[in-house]
Design a binder for this molecule. Sequence first.
Ligand code: DGL
Length: 266
Amino acid sequence: MPERAIGVFDSGVGGLTVLRELRSQIPDESLVYLGDTARVPYGTKSPPTVLRYAQEAARFLLAQRVKLLVVACNTASAVALDDLAERYQVPVIGVIEPGAQRALEITRNGRVGVIGTEGTVRSGAYERALHALRHDAVVFAAACPLFVPLAEEGWANHAIARLAAREYLAPLLDQGIDTLVLGCTHYPLLKQTLQEVAGPDVKLVDSARETAKAVARRLTDDHLLHHATPASPPRYFVTDIPDRFERVGGSFLGEQLQGVTTVSLD
Ligand code: DGL
């Protein structure tokens, strides 16, 4: 088992922020990544649709005989994590719980802001995760739909992104939050802008980083860590032509993306 790969999926390029953290924190692991680019975005779709997409993505990765599944998409984690964890034998890790846990470790006043897609915010998944860990946490959530296209356009540090961040964050900052969870795979790219707008007193939680830590912990606990180096390079699959994924994904990953294969999930 330990020599098997970890399966990672997202609606598109966003989950590469999680894959990047996995590579940096557990470099000996082999990784298989699926970006469901034919059906991106998930953030605007209904829960039953996202659940079906997530089940199909998971089935594809399990057919690659992965030892652990990472749902590297906040929207899919919000609506499909419990279903996938019940359905399959391998451990299934999502991005919400690790971010929620970290937020509660660092908040001083218990007032936590969460930003994500419409689907993630509508689901209330972060509120549930935060309240399950600390019932008196006060949570304020806001959907920030423009951040995904801005990050993909390479405009994360552009004046437009700052303007959008001011609009989106104002209601949360007015509530006196001291911690802000980046509840979408794309948002780590906007960290600099978000920190600038939120100010130095607000701590940002990068859920991609926390998720990689949770994966490392789970592999250790389950005696599934792989120790031999070098790991084989990640294998990338998408459900539409790879051009845009390769181009945009390269900037998410911080290196050139190669060898992307198109597959059908039917
Ligand atoms: N990956 C999605 C998320 O983290 C953002 C992009 C989408 O809407 O599909 O929620």
